[in-house]
Design a protein around this ligand. Structure first.
Ligand code: COA
Length: 385
């Protein structure tokens, strides 16, 4: 029997040509293109098509895909009614998981459940992918209004993916800088090899479940604080610290209590997560556009990073993507409990690329286990226990 490795750390569970990480050098590439180049030059729509198809699209291919996304933004009113019946006390990630799973009831995707034929039909896979990616942002933006007792703002088809999200969120014409910042955030979160939620995608996809079930599994997996939920924890921690001068004592107390510092450390990166400096520089752009006024949260975050570098660099623990993304989303007026839903919107691109890859060479996942329980016991009647 092979050796048991907790968390499957270092165990290859699949083959993939979608993205690659070099954890020692702090590099991430989608389909061979360095993330920094994509963040500087591309858009979420283009990166999504790159992740799905493996190649940068031509202008016409991108235009077609963009039009497909734009024309699939609206959701049936039944989904809106269902969302209205959800308790506002629930976590937005639970809302998102529920709403995405419910899409499977309202839009036909049942072919995958009954026989494998449609799962091998690339057009079917592409159409389902477009429907899900287009509607993820709609659902997240709708929830902002529904949870506050208002009707959601309908999507527009004359705006980019990021612009439309901001429009649906605020009801106002999107600010170009905020739209570009959000676009880059979506690019940075779109894909990240076989992390926990992508592994959930592969396992669910391997049973030929519908893509809505696949993405609902992934959303549930992403919601945990050790994965996508960390950016919410980061901002809560920064608020708790309050002032830059409190940082050192706060961090040292947490470390002495063996508590993690949220937004620090990564299973793959043993240096700074390459996404963190890009977010940090977006934050600088935003500060500059706001007349150089430093946000308190950002100020505290920078000191936390400095102190953590001093205390944790020897363990290969540095700032990860969640460290600055939460700060940026806060500055954009997004409530902390909705941060991870935006992460999920972006990651739906990578998840669906992995769904497609899994279907192209499928074998159901069935790992083994090391049994550590009792054996050969005889049933004891209840009155004898
Ligand atoms: N704060 C304090 N110490 C940390 C730490 C953190 N955020 N992350 C790792 N460490 C320490 C561990 O305690 C361990 O110390 P030890 O060797 O003295 O026991 C050492 O660094 C190695 O960490 P390990 O737990 O083996 O790393 P991992 O790969 O299993 O865990 C994470 C990776 C992401 C789960 C972990 O870093 C973490 O919990 N980070 C905070 C949550 C977070 O930001 N998640 C988002 C990831 S994108």
């Amino acid at each position: 029997m092979s050796e048991y490795l907790p968390g499957l750390a270092g165990v290859p569970a699949t083959k993939s040509n979608i993205s690659a990480i070099d954890g020692e050098k702090g590099l991430l590439a989608y389909r061979g293109y360095p993330l920094e180049e994509l963040a500087a030059n591309s858009s979420f729509e283009e990166v999504t098509l790159l992740l799905l198809d493996g190649e940068l699209p031509t202008a016409n291919e991108l235009k077609d895909f963009d039009e497909q996304l734009r024309s699939n933004r609206a959701v049936k009113y039944n989904i809106r009614e269902l969302m209205k019946s959800l308790p506002i006390t629930g976590h937005p990630m639970e809302m998102l998981q529920t709403a995405v799973a419910s899409l499977g009831m309202f839009y036909p995707a049942s072919e995958c459940l009954t026989d494998g034929a449609s799962c091998e039909d690339l057009q079917y896979v592409h159409n389902m992918t477009v429907k899900i990616i287009a509607r993820m942002a709609t659902i997240v933006a709708m929830w902002k209004h529904i949870r506050n007792g208002y009707d959601p703002i309908p999507p527009r088809d004359d705006l980019t993916y990021a612009e439309n999200f901001l429009y649906m969120w605020t009801g106002k014409e999107p600010d170009p800088l905020l739209a570009r910042i959000l676009d880059v955030c979506l690019i940075l979160h779109a894909e990240h090899t076989i992390n926990a939620s992508t592994f959930a995608v592969l396992v669910t996809a391997s049973t030929l479940a519908s893509p809505y079930s696949v993405i609902a599994s992934a959303i549930g997996t992403l919601s945990g604080p050790l994965h996508g939920g960390a950016n919410q924890k980061v901002v809560e921690m920064l608020h708790e610290i309050g002032e830059p001068e409190n940082v050192e004592a706060y961090i040292d107390a947490r470390l002495a209590n063996k508590e993690v510092i949220w937004g620090m450390g990564h299973r793959e990166y043993k240096t700074k997560d390459p996404r963190a400096p890009i977010l940090q520089s977006l934050m600088m752009d935003l500060m500059e556009a706001r007349g150089g006024k430093m946000s308190k949260l950002f100020e505290v975050a920078q000191v936390v990073e400095e102190v953590c570098e001093d205390r944790l660099a020897n363990k290969g623990v540095y700032a990860n993507v969640d460290f600055y993304s939460g700060v940026l989303y806060s500055e954009m007026g997004i409530p902390t409990d909705q941060f991870t839903t935006i992460f999920a919107v972006a990651r739906s691109a990578g998840w669906l690329a992995h769904w497609r890859e899994q279907l192209s060479d499928n074998r159901i996942f069935r790992p083994t286990q090391v049994y550590t329980g009792e054996s050969n016991r005889s049933y004891i009647p209840i009155d004898k226990r």
